[in-house]
Design a protein around this ligand. Sequence first.
Ligand code: FES
Length: 174
Amino acid sequence: MRACERSSREKSDYEEMDLSNLGDIISKHKDHTGVLIPVLQEAQKEYGYLSEGIIEKIAGELKLPLSQVYGVVTFYSQFRLKPHGKHTIKVCMGTACHVSGAQEITGSIATKLGVETGGTTKDGKFTLEAVACLGCCGLAPVMMVDDETYGRLTSQKALKAVRQYKKKDKEEGD
Ligand code: FES
């Protein structure tokens, strides 16, 4: 039963995503050595994440075992197996941030956006992540939204920052 469910999910993955550009990406790199990582990187750039369908097609076209491709995708943190939001919120859970209330901040954001840590909002706008030390412990508690760092946070400040991204997207018609 489980296998049937998986199989139909994979099928819909193929059907829902237009993978026509993936062929071009693979062809561009095919004859080079060390081709797998560049292909995965470009595929993720094109589709936002690496679906089962994408991984299977890459493995098939490059004549690599599926397990090898999955091994690379799961080894490197740069690769994503799930759809990712337009904006990434990374709340630091390192020691300094943890003792300064990072958990509460994460909870506030999660509640406000209606998403669990590690998940993406239904509208595809935000992915919420809990991460290890972001390297600016003196500003604890810290979060990053995309490339922007926010320090000495409170829940209110964090939610205000998130609202600004929503507002900007709206102004840009997104
Ligand atoms: S512990 Fe949060 S930035 Fe270092």
